[in-house]
Design a protein around this ligand. Structure first.
Ligand code: B12
Ligand code: SF4
Ligand code: SF4
Length: 403
């Protein structure tokens, strides 16, 4: 659809639209044209099994590669970025403990959380901005609500590909969409619309045919910091993440057992992983976000591991209400906390871990057994004796056998 007067939105009109979208709280507003045809780059990733158990990626693959299947007649993708950089190069937990603390001072009894997790669920807080953006498109473009679709994260859209196409940034060797103004710290959202808006230039100024994806690392130069810093070797090649080895996948998306060989690499990371983001030199240019569509929850980083290991369902629900972490559910968080507890080497966490070897969830029990074995060494058998005699689940018995 073009505007009622049949024109493409361009020039001054496009800039007014961009400004008004920015006023709604989006730190970046860029436009990309939807070319006819299918973007094929996802197929290889899926064929190689790099989506791990995220079967929803397979089910929605065709739509992800073909915007026209999401919204027939889509002409433009409006790519929106929300900056969540808080101005602190320290680990996020220092927001809670005081800005002077250095990385080296992260207390042994604390876990680290991906920066994005220390907010109310961004899907919920960004959505009102998208609703308002939709209304704006209706007003400016004479559209009906059937003429656009908006998404943040969960839609069948290759958000980073579109963001690169729109010139919002480039795809780094870490796979992230990196912005020259915001570094790695942008949430992305997209609006597919039948409205024709003149596209912005991609970073390289030379739009590629739809069959070709821009290679990752356009502005990385010789840097390979992210590739070497990844604690679990999750990059089979620059720009490509194998979810089967990625801490972010295992601590957020995986609902079951986390492979034993990856557990040490998880370190203190209880939810998500920012290692390949944190090391990126492009973050130097990041400006503090306006965070108009975000609501910060730095208190989460202040919760000690002992407290997490002792969470009841009611306390879990109260603390994590409204955050993305609640979707992990208590059992998922306890599983992750067991791994982190073992990695801290803090034997004073044993009294909090021991009861979890009798938790109702076999997944929690399995990781608690592993953690007790790691922390207690030769004393583990005695600490786990009662739990072991009652154990029937194969996945937990395997942990006893392996230990
Ligand atoms: C599945 C998923 C994951 C998986 C897999 C990650 C991965 N690298 O694919 C897991 C669980 C591991 C994960 C982890 C994280 N994720 Co995630 N994730 C997604 C999700 C839902 C789909 C990504 C996807 O399609 N992956 C498949 C790969 C092959 O696709 P891709 O990386 O986008 O790259 C392809 C396309 O860009 C395409 N392409 C290239 N050029 C072009 C051009 C055009 C026009 C098109 C259409 C496509 C295209 O080719 C590329 C290679 O195949 C997106 C949201 C979304 N709907 O897109 C969020 C998203 C990518 N995740 C995000 C974040 C923040 C994270 C974490 C940082 C969270 C954390 N702190 O723990 C980590 C970072 C890990 C990393 N280095 O990538 C943000 C990234 C924001 C940004 N600035 O880049 C997104 C966009 C969510 C959001 N709305 O903000 N994630
Ligand atoms: S998020 Fe962490 S585990 Fe995943 S690729 Fe980046 S550094 Fe590796
Ligand atoms: S750390 Fe270096 S290689 Fe990795 S994305 Fe950033 S600039 Fe590129």
């Amino acid at each position: 659809m073009t505007r009622p007067n049949g024109s493409v939105i361009r020039g001054e009109h496009r800039e007014v639209l961009r400004r008004r979208l920015r006023e709604l709280g989006f730190d970046e507003v860029r436009f990309a044209a939807v070319p006819a045809g299918r973007e094929a780059s996802l197929t290889q990733w899926l064929d190689q099994g790099r989506q791990a158990d995220m079967h929803w990626m397979e089910r929605t693959a065709e739509k992800r590669m073909n915007a026209d299947q999401v919204l027939a007649g889509a002409q433009t993708v409006i790519v929106l970025g929300v900056n969540y950089w808080n101005g602190s190069a320290e680990r996020p937990w220092t927001q809670f403990h005081g800005a002077q603390a250095s990385r080296a001072q992260v207390p042994a009894d604390h876990a680290t959380w991906a920066r994005y997790a220390l907010h109310e669920d961004y899907h919920d807080t960004i959505k009102p901005g998208l609703v308002a953006a939709g209304r704006l498109l209706e007003e400016v473009g004479g559209l009906s609500s059937a003429d656009y679709r908006y998404y943040v994260d969960t839609g069948p859209v290759l958000e980073r590909g579109w963001a690169a196409r729109s010139g919002l940034g480039f795809r780094g060797k870490n796979g992230m969409l990196i912005s020259r103004q915001h570094g790695n710290w942008l949430f992305l959202a997209t609006i597919l619309t039948r409205l024709a808006i003149a596209p912005d230039d991609p970073v390289r100024q030379k739009p590629l045919p739809v069959s070709e994806a821009e290679p990752a690392g356009l502005l990385c130069g010789k840097c390979t910091r992210c590739l070497t810093a990844c604690p679990t070797n999750a990059f089979p090649e620059p720009g490509v993440v194998d979810a089967r080895r990625c801490i972010s996948y295992h601590t957020i998306e995986n609902k079951g057992i986390i492979p034993r060989e990856l557990r040490a690499g998880i370190g203190h990371r209880i939810y998500g992983c920012d290692v390949c983001l944190e090391v990126c030199p492009w973050n130097r240019f990041a400006q503090v976000g306006r965070r108009m569509l975000l609501s910060v929850r730095p208190d989460i980083a202040g919760i000690s591991l002992a407290e997490i290991l002792g969470l009841t369902p009611a306390r879990f629900a109260a603390v994590f209400k409204g955050t993305a972490i609640k979707r992990l559910k208590l059992a998922g968080l306890l599983r992750n906390a067991c791994i982190v507890a073992a990695n801290t080497g803090a034997v004073d966490l044993l009294p909090a871990l021991q009861p979890l070897a009798r938790h109702e969830s076999p997944v929690v029990r399995a990781h608690a057994v592993w953690a007790v074995q790691r922390l207690a060494g030769t004393k583990a058998a005695a600490l786990l004796e009662t739990a072991r005699t009652q154990e029937e689940a194969a996945i937990v018995l395997e942990e006893y056998a392996a230990g």
